[in-house]
Design a protein around this ligand. Structure first.
Ligand code: SAM
Length: 390
């Protein structure tokens, strides 16, 4: 993410302030707080300022800025910054409280499940609590012509004399970010799910919902958003009716809008599907109104070739691509003895097809970042050395 995005997170005052109040209400001095996805360290600093010790975990290089900010605020001695993905790091000790906010936009996502299950198993003490304490996912039928127009700029699927229906179908079988006010709602919101981040079992959806419509209009899809209970009496929501929020809502679009009338009832079945009940990989939605039925499924919206699906079979026998071999060798050569320029030279000797020093160095730098090895020197110095053939 860019530093500007983190600045925008910080500027989202309703959210940041709600988390600040929740942290101040929920933590006690001396406790160990795990701020997972610390970004620029805002929540870690709130917890440290409240007298806690903090483990602040972040995968993004922005953690360097977070360290600096903690020092600038006189809180560096209470915050331990750990760079990397939490799933791959070794926790130095178990924490009393988890602060986590990087929920995928629609909550049910395999990565979210993986992160939270790992945190519960390895990072937290028994009986640990979380901020947020619980999350409620809401759904409502929406009429949102502006959002829908951005997904279907050619309603007749003819663009510049080309037939683009296949593209529209992919787009309309996906979930999309939206930024709505209450005017889009055709019916009252219904709770689709309630999740406690530390009790994820089962982590999937299969719900039938009904809405008596309060307004007539074109039904473009089902809108989703979240209400978070952060701590006692501290709530945060990105509901269309809730004023401004930095978090987008989500649209499960209909492949074709349906005309609906006030007073009629529409019915929807919303499901997540995946290889296991804990791995919600795809979303499926079926909507029935008087004027017709529509179905959407993010599996259809994912451009997977049949060969890619074959490879993903559990009894498949995957083989490294040329790129995979280059990356494997780059990682193996990072043995703590070779310099960056030696690694780059060796790779170029093994794989002349890599084409040139700049290409090799880009590969090494990428793997270095992925492997989190500490570079001994500045990358530009090493590149200069490779160039001069030293
Ligand atoms: C929405 S931002 C949070 C920003 C942060 N609270 C702040 O105020 O700056 C989510 C952050 O979580 C990080 N993140 C998500 N999952 C992570 C994981 N498993 N391990 C480490 N960092 C993670 C992302 O890199 C991203 O910086």
């Amino acid at each position: 993410m860019s530093t500007l995005e983190y600045l925008h997170f910080l500027a989202d005052a309703p959210r940041v302030d709600a988390f600040r109040r929740a942290i101040e209400a929920a933590v006690a001095p001396g406790q160990l707080v795990l701020d997972l996805g610390t970004g620029i360290g805002t929540y870690a600093m709130f917890a440290a300022r409240a007298g806690c010790r903090v483990l602040a975990v972040e995968d993004d290089p922005v953690i360097v800025v977070a360290r600096g900010l903690a020092a600038d605020n006189g809180l560096a001695d209470r915050i331990t910054f750990l760079r990397g993905r939490s799933e791959r790091l070794e926790p130095p000790e178990r924490s009393d409280i988890l602060v986590f906010e990087d929920f995928a936009p629609h909550l049910y996502h395999p990565e979210t499940a993986e992160i939270l299950l790992d945190v519960r198993a390895r990072w937290l003490k028994p009986g640990a609590t979380s901020i947020p304490r619980s999350i409620r996912l809401f759904a409502a039928p929406v009429c949102c012509p502006d959002t829908y127009r951005t997904l279907t700029p050619w309603p007749d699927d003819a663009a510049y004399g080309l037939e683009v229906g296949r593209l529209s179908s992919e787009v309309l079988n996906r979930t999309h970010a939206a930024c709505w006010g209450p005017a889009v709602l055709l019916g009252e919101p219904a709770e689709l799910a309630r999740v406690e981040p530390l009790a994820l079992d089962p982590f999937g959806l299969d719900r039938d919902l009904r809405w008596p419509l309060k307004k007539s209009g074109l039904l473009h899809g089902i809108g989703l958003w979240m209400d978070l209970e952060l701590a006692d009496g501290v709530l945060y929501s990105n509901a269309p009716s809730g004023g401004s929020s930095g978090w987008d809502q989500q649209l499960l679009p209909l492949v074709e809008p349906l005309r609906v009338e006030a007073g009629e009832e529409i019915v929807a079945r919303i499901m997540t599907l995946g290889p296991s009940p804990r791995k919600p990989e795809w979303w499926s939605w079926r909507v029935t109104a008087r004027s017709g039925k529509r179905e959407g499924n993010t599996f259809r919206g994912t451009p997977l070739s049949s060969s890619r699906l074959q490879e993903a079979r559990l009894d498949g026998r995957p083989r490294l691509t040329a790129r995979g071999r280059h990356c494997r060798d780059a990682l193996e050569l990072m043995d703590g003895c070779r310099t960056l320029s030696e690694i780059a030279r060796e790779l170029l000797a093994r794989y002349p097809e890599l084409g040139g020093e700049a290409e090799v160095y880009k590969l090494v730098a990428g793997e270095l970042d992925a492997a989190r090895a500490e570079p001994a020197r500045q990358p530009t110095e090493a590149l200069a050395e490779v160039r001069s053939g030293k």
